[in-house]
Ligand binder design. Structure first.
Ligand SMILES: Nc1nc2c(ncn2[C@@H]2O[C@H](COP(=O)(O)OP(=O)(O)OP(=O)(O)O)[C@@H](O)[C@H]2O)c(=O)[nH]1
Length: 583
């Protein structure tokens, strides 16, 4: 029940009758203490406080209209708002001004940035006035960035210039080369073409750029070389020849496809280089026909014709090798000359081969044991020079001189022996005397040269005939040979003149013993056509001592003089040149 209430109508009325649906009223009547919102009895919004009293079962509640409660606060809020408005209106321009001033470097920096992005060519000028705050640092960082950018741009420009110059150089070089040079990417499109495409294919290089091989040359050409293109794009180097018709003439072009790899080793295209090898091909054909001709000519020669390069490898060998060396051609050409000849024979050849490689012609003879006989060969090694005058190898010409050697030996025998008697002739007699002089000196012994002449031999010829004379000459030679040691020499000088050379004598008397033996041997008649006839001989002896060193001619002349002495004394005797013993 209300004990007191501004609304007199409520005094002593039950609270139940009042509007106690409010939370605060229910809280208060439940014995709680607190504050809350409520309404005055006039229906105005109000603040309500309630508290039960001690000792008395009363609840003291005060209800104060909200506007009265917050009057001062509202007043203060209005004043504050007003003040804020005033301050805001006053401080805003000031703040703006301060911000404007504070952001000026940032604004200038921004303008510089915009200007810098518009014109990258201008040299960046860093500002020397920067504050020590964040903006200053930002400005300095931006300046360093711009300077770095300027450096990078400069480098890029220089790189670009270098690249341009390099490209120009590449173009100049490739344009001046007698070869078609192009670059084709993975899509088979031309990315570079030198001016030679105009010369060789009648195509404008600038018209080719960006076009595919098919677009430039057509399906036919592409299909013909599709495999090569794929190989190049798979990273393999490809080389092939292609016949090209241009202005009515046919050229032989050799193409080389060289793959182009990026930094990771992945193919990104390939270079195509085509060279006109028509002249080379013709030269090759000419050379081939010349080689065929050379082979045809040399194959028929009875000689070995070989060309050996500097490394000793046989580059050419005529067919005669097959028969002479008893090997098939494939085991000769392309092999080393050392392998063909064998180590033993190569040892003989090596120095002459080296000599020829040194630029000199070397001629030498060598022998080869073949089956049961020895064959003799004459070899000539001639150095071969390139157009630049460099030695490129050696031409070997080998003749079989076995027959010539035999003939030479026969001639030698014929030239050194008397055909009638088979005894050494004048040439060999002189050699024997010369050798006897040396041996005599070396052995410190004596030697003797005996000059013999048949007595009145002319009469035999005249009476019995020339053939009878020959028979007497042969018999005389035979008997002479029977009177001397095997180490002595019997020879026929000419006509009926003979020489006996006695070696290793101890004294003069040994020569006289031989002379007497000869005289005795001639005492026996010679049977001539059934008629026995005694033919005597006169002998002249010249001793060869170790003290003097006479010439062959001197000795023969001295012996002849001694012979003359024997003739003078009546023939059929021996004499020394001086007045020594004569019999
Ligand atoms: N049958 C033959 N006679 C020859 C040969 N060569 C030379 N004669 C002859 O040998 C003779 C040599 O005579 P001479 O030695 O000059 O004279 P000779 O009659 O022997 O007289 P002397 O020597 O003085 O004792 C000449 O009649 C030559 O014609 C030959 O090969 N055969």
């Amino acid at each position: 029940m209300y004990v007191t209430h501004p609304d007199a109508g409520r005094i002593l009325t039950s609270i139940d009758k009042a509007n106690h649906s409010e939370v605060s009223m229910r809280q208060a009547t439940s014995g709680f203490e607190g504050t809350g919102r409520s309404f005055t009895h006039t229906g105005k919004e109000a603040m309500v406080s309630y508290k039960p009293t001690n000792g008395v079962d009363w609840i003291v509640a005060s209800v104060l209209p909200t506007d009265e409660v917050f009057h001062s606060a509202v007043q203060l809020r209005w004043e504050s708002t007003l003040l804020a408005l005033v301050l805001t209106s006053l401080l805003t321009p000031l703040a703006c001004f301060i911000f404007y001033r504070a952001l000026k470097p940032l604004r200038e920096l921004g303008q510089k940035m915009i200007a810098a992005t518009k014109d990258s060519s201008e040299q960046w000028r860093p500002s020397s006035f920067y504050s020590n705050d964040e903006l200053g640092r930002l400005g300095r960082v931006f300046d360093s960035l711009m300077l770095e950018r300027g450096r990078v741009v400069t480098e890029l420009k220089q790189s670009h210039l270098v690249l341009q110059e390099s490209e120009q150089r590449t173009r100049t070089i490739t344009d001046s080369m007698p070869a078609v040079i192009g670059y084709i990417d993975l899509d088979h499109r031309y990315r570079f073409c030198n001016s030679a495409y105009k010369r060789f294919h009648g195509l404008q290089p600038e018209d080719m750029l960006g076009k595919t091989i098919t677009e430039v040359f057509g399906d036919g050409v592409y299909n013909a070389f599709a495999d090569c293109i794929e190989q190049a794009l798979s990273g393999q180097r490809v080389s092939f020849e292609r016949m090209v018709e241009q202005d009515g003439s046919v050229m032989c072009m050799q193409y080389e496809y060289v793959p182009d790899f990026d930094a990771y080793g992945v193919v990104r295209g390939f270079y195509s280089m085509g060279t006109d090898i028509t002249a080379y091909k013709r030269a090759e054909q000419d050379l081939s026909s010349q080689q065929q001709l050379l082979r045809a000519v040399t194959d028929t020669l009875p000689a070995l014709v070989t060309f050996v390069d500097k490394t000793g490898r046989i580059k050419f060998a005529n067919r005669t090798h097959e028969t002479w060396m008893r090997r098939p051609m494939h085991a000769i050409e392309g092999n080393l000359i050392g392998d063909l000849l064998g180590a033993q024979e190569m040892e003989i050849h090596q120095k002459h081969f080296t000599c020829a490689l040194g630029g000199k012609v070397a001629t030498f003879g060598f022998e080869r044991q073949e089956a049961d006989r020895i064959r003799h060969y004459q070899a000539t090694y001639t150095p071969q020079f390139s157009a630049e005058n460099d030695i490129i190898g050696v031409t070997c010409l080998v003749h079989d001189v076995t027959e010539a050697k035999l003939l030479e030996r026969q001639l030698n025998v014929m030239a050194r022996f008397d055909s009638l008697t088979g005894l050494p002739n004048r040439i060999q007699i002189k050699e024997c005397i010369s050798r006897a002089i040396d041996d005599n000196r070396d052995a410190q012994s004596l030697a003797a040269v005996m000059y013999l002449d048949l007595d009145s031999f002319k009469a035999i010829n005249d009476t019995l005939g020339h053939q009878a004379g020959d028979l007497v000459l042969k018999e005389f030679g035979r008997r002479l040979a029977g009177c001397v040691r095997r180490s002595d020499t019997v020879g026929r000088l000419a006509g009926d003149e003979f020489v006996v050379i006695l070696e290793r004598l101890s004294n003069d008397s040994e020569s006289t013993l031989v002379a007497e033996k000869i005289l005795r041997a001639m005492e026996k008649p010679i049977s001539i056509n059934g008629v026995d006839r005694i033919v005597t001989t006169s002998i002249g002896i010249e001793m060869v001592s170790t003290e003097v060193n006479p010439s062959v001619e001197t000795l023969l002349k001295a012996a002849d003089e001694a012979l003359y002495r024997s003739k003078q004394l009546g023939r059929n005797r021996y004499s020394f040149r001086s007045a020594a013993a004569s019999v």
